[in-house]
Design a protein. Structure first.
Length: 145
């Protein structure tokens, strides 16, 4: 696996959005963050020697995954049961894809009802709402600056 393959897979999952944040990190969200979406995976494109991929493992699998060589507690996110891969081959491909799908499900389950309601809207209505919400957030940010 590599960053491109993971990105391609994640963007095919339902309601997944992608942003570039914190330098060269691709952050994957369940739902747009403008409507209360939450992140579930992060790919580090920097290749500066840190973890290549971090994701939500959930309390049930967290300790078990850490027993694998090359899987470590995710920096800054370990307290909420995120793990990080030090290299792309730390887990078998199929296992990693299943874990990433499960990470998305775990985060979706915890989304507030209002966010799930927006995600259930028809795509055009949802997109309109997200655009309007982003404009409102940008206006608030500009007023605060």
């Amino acid at each position: 696996m590599d960053a491109d393959q993971v990105r391609e897979f994640l963007l095919k999952l339902p309601d997944v959005e992608e942003t570039m944040q914190w330098g060269a990190n691709l952050v994957f969200w369940v739902g747009d963050k403008a409507i209360g979406g939450k992140m579930f995976a992060l790919v580090d494109l920097d290749e500066a020697g840190g973890p290549v991929l971090s994701f939500h493992a959930g309390p049930e699998r967290y300790a078990e995954l850490l027993e694998n060589e090359g899987v470590i507690p995710a920096p800054y996110m370990a307290r909420i049961y995120w793990v990080a891969l030090e290299r792309w081959d730390a887990l078998r491909r199929q296992e990693l894809l299943e874990l990433l799908s499960r990470a998305r499900e775990l985060v979706y389950e915890k989304l507030p009802k209002r966010t799930k309601d927006v995600l259930a809207m028809p795509p055009t209505a949802r997109k309109k709402l997200i655009v309007a919400r982003r404009k409102l957030l940008a206006k608030k940010k500009a007023a605060a600056d």
